[in-house]
Design a protein around this ligand. Sequence first.
Ligand SMILES: [Zn+2]
Length: 195
Amino acid sequence: MGFLTGEDRDFVRDLKEVGVLEIYSENDLKNITRNGGAASFCGDGDIDVRNYHERTITGRPHSQSLFGGPLIYSPLYRGYKESFAIDSLENMREGMGAKETQRVFLYPHYPCGMATKYNHSIREVVLMAAGVHIRFISEFGFLPGKVHSFFHVKRFNRGEKEEQNTYIFNVKKYLPLIGNRIISLNQIKCLRRAA
Ligand SMILES: [Zn+2]
């Protein structure tokens, strides 16, 4: 999969500056979950997010690895299929029941081959990720404190070395910025039309 463009990098930097993407240390969230939770990752094997999850969150990384990751739960995702989303959710719920665990960890990432296939920009991916976070709480009925969103980014750093970064995605801080400089309302309208 590719890497971030200069514009994408500026967007990530912007999100970090306003606290939407938060850096956290490997010990901040360790042991936050009992019995491992359930993580949603993209099936993309070229990203290290599963290892990251295992390293920083839980030594028992129960996961649902589907191409597109959490985006498959967003009706704005151009590859969205309602029946697939519902079945996948049911599968996650059953797995969580079997493992007696209650927390959900959502790991959208960019660049994502599936997002690229459907022509989604990084701004759209972040917007959809926020929507999925909210959907898990408001529609799927998970407790707000039990849904954790992250954002995984693969990029070249200044020394032209590949870096993979995972941030906490602070959805509460992101929402007031919609319609502002982070994502214009016009972009959301375009997204809806194309979806
Ligand atoms: Zn992907």
